[in-house]
Design a protein around this ligand. Sequence first.
Ligand SMILES: O=CC(=O)O
Length: 339
Amino acid sequence: MAATGIVRVLVTRQIQEEALEYVRKQVPNVELQVHPDEHQSPARSELEAWLERGVDGLVCVIGDVIDEALLTHDTQGRLRVVSTMSVGYNHIDVESCRQRGIAVGHTPDVLTETTADLAVGLAIATARRFREALQAVEQPGGWKSSWSPTWMCGTDVHGATVGIIGLGRIGVAVARRLHHGFGCRILYHGTREKPVVAAEIGQARFCADLGELLAESDFVIPLCPLTQKTRNLINASSLRLMKKSAFLINVSRGEIVDQDAVCDALEAEALAGYGTDVTVPEPIPTDHRLLKTRGVTVLPHIGSATLQTRLAMARLCVENLVAGVKGDPLPHPVPLHAE
Ligand SMILES: O=CC(=O)O
């Protein structure tokens, strides 16, 4: 806080008014600068200038890269908190923030069920060929007769073997849905076995060896955070281990999957389909190879996008912000070590 007692907060996107109101109430001396755009954050140079002028709190979203180079522009050492309206925080250099005494908060839990709904929906959409089916309906002559015995046949989700990589909050929520709702057999891989969580799901078998999970699964769903270890986790060699009839479903981060390797595998009919809510880059150019490849269903990063969940995320985000600018412990800090 500056000597004037004014608390300066920069919000990089237009967020829910209710959340902004909370900030104004909790921090009466706040000078709140909200970037007036739902789709674009301030340019990097503007962010740098903001930090140089001095801000106490920063609310950001996943497109904003908060790295050491940016933080060096906080020449007054005034920034106390970075609060991201997302559960993922791979866009923030958490270690640099820590070294500078800047608290980092995120919005876990409130988006778990909504994102799990989307993951299951995307698995169904991909395996049941929604994209092609919708195109056929909309193209003149695309839907040729009321019902055709062999036309537009996809693959069943019910009863399938599903391999979840990373049985965290969202992994568990997806596994629960697919096991109880769809009778799927659940396999999971991660840094350690989680017998209690697996028992809560009802049934889930740990595969210490990722290769075993890849080889047995009809659907592979990575639900791990993006870290140096998980970048390109699904690459040409992991894809070679998967069944030709398998589907890959991604609602975590585009960087976990080598998109070119996925396109190669789909073109070679070594993979049945790729359903993804996340791409590299985002937004993906409309002429990108991924969008031209058979069996691909792409959504525009809408995993948590429901009115209820986005409001809940905005609330958590400003709770973190307010605690941070007041110098209190954050209610939802990012974990000390990547999960
Ligand atoms: O991708 C979205 C999030 O991390 O909340």
